[in-house]
Design a protein around this ligand. Structure first.
Ligand code: AMP
Ligand code: TRP
Length: 343
């Protein structure tokens, strides 16, 4: 055991409330936050302000926001250990985001891959979609977070956050901690079951057989995995070859859940009788991981008073960090802080 470190790392990671949480979010992100919540200080905003950068149905967004909080708790995020809260409830995020917009060159934002992808082929793109990463920078910088665990797709936004922080520090003096993106090696990318060359995503969840939702029942999970795309090599091993991406993905999913090495995983399947057997074992593994989560979720969502109490607790605890930090920033840029003496 290494000597106890004097300072816990401060981790921040946001998750959007658009669409039900899917297996990719859980294995690529949430599971790790849960595992680490005893040794790290975790801030987990449900980033509803990010969701409205694309059109949302208001009622549905509200429902999804509460549902996601319940799902995160069901996945094991402990409100006593982690600061789990709703981004729009802590207004300091939006205010800091405005301040950072004023020091961030437009060109930096136009370069972002996700912006290019999301705005591609769209006639009208909202300003919010362009400045989305600045709000994300505000989420991170307002808590002096030093690590940001994200999937591969968000790495560029965390690098931009560093640039934004550095620029602000250069202009106004040391203010922000420069955060590091932490991309997990295993399970960093869970791919679509219908198309293992694209990331499993909530935005394709309407396509049958693409994703596994954390609210799917065992029969649905089994059906999706049974139908998943594989190949004709009939060899159960990890591989970077495009043609074998489907089998690689199934093994990757199995690996993150069981926490085994690649060698151990391959050896687990040595006696498997073809891909049918692979699929049914992976499906059993996924079901036994998800079933207890779904049960806890339903208990919580049917107890709105308890859920409301937990949300309030998270919001209050987030504000304790965010509000004083925002005050420092506003003071630095020369915004009037009323000290009661008219200065
Ligand atoms: P989002 O649902 O886009 O807000 O993503 C929430 C978190 O889950 C982010 O850290 C994403 O990078 C991660 N994530 C989403 N989809 C996947 C996936 N298919 N594989 C791995 N990580 C993912
Ligand atoms: N942009 C992230 C995503 O789509 C969500 C997000 C918002 C986030 N703020 C964040 C992630 C801060 C990490 C840290 O996945």
């Amino acid at each position: 055991m290494p000597a106890a470190s004097t300072k816990k790392s401060r981790i921040l990671t946001g998750i959007q409330p658009s669409g039900d949480m899917q297996l990719g979010n859980y294995l690529g992100a949430v599971k790790r936050w849960v595992t680490n919540q005893d040794i790290q200080t975790n801030f987990i905003p449900v980033v509803d302000l990010h969701s409205i950068t694309v059109k949302q149905d208001p009622e549905e967004l509200r429902r999804q926001t509460v549902s996601l909080v319940a799902m995160l708790i069901a996945c094991g995020v402990d409100p006593e250990k982690s600061t789990l809260f709703i981004q729009s409830h802590v207004s300091a995020h939006a205010v800091l985001s405005w301040v950072l917009n004023c020091t961030t060159p437009v060109g930096w934002l136009e370069r972002m891959i996700q912006y290019k992808e999301k705005s591609h082929n769209q006639e009208r793109v909202s300003t919010g979609l362009l400045t989305y990463p600045v709000l994300m920078a505000a989420d991170i910088l307002i808590y002096d977070a030093d690590e940001v665990p994200v999937g591969e797709d968000q790495k560029q936004h965390v690098e931009l956050t560093r640039d934004i922080a550095e620029r602000f520090n250069n202009i106004y003096g040391q203010t922000f901690v420069l955060p590091e993106a932490v991309v997990p090696q295993v399970g960093a990318r869970v791919m679509g079951l219908d198309n293992p060359l694209i990331k499993m995503s909530k935005s394709h969840a309407h396509i049958r057989g693409h994703a596994i939702s954390m609210l799917d029942d065992p029969k649905e999970i089994e059906r999706s995995i049974k139908r998943s795309v594989t190949d004709s090599f009939n060899e159960i091993c990890f591989s970077n070859e495009k043609e074998r991406a489907g089998v690689n993905n199934l093994l990757g999913i199995y690996q993150v859940i069981t926490q085994k090495t690649e060698q151990e995983v391959e050896s687990d399947f040595k006696d498997a009788r073809g891909y049918g057997d692979l699929k049914s074992r992976v499906s059993d593994t996924v079901i036994s991981e998800i079933e207890p989560v779904t049960k806890r979720y339903h208990e919580l969502i049917n107890d709105p008073a308890e859920l409301g109490r937990l949300i309030q607790k998270g919001d209050d605890s987030a504000r304790q960090y965010a509000d004083p930090k925002l005050d420092i920033v506003l003071d630095k840029v020369g915004l009037h802080r009323n000290d009661g003496a008219g200065r």
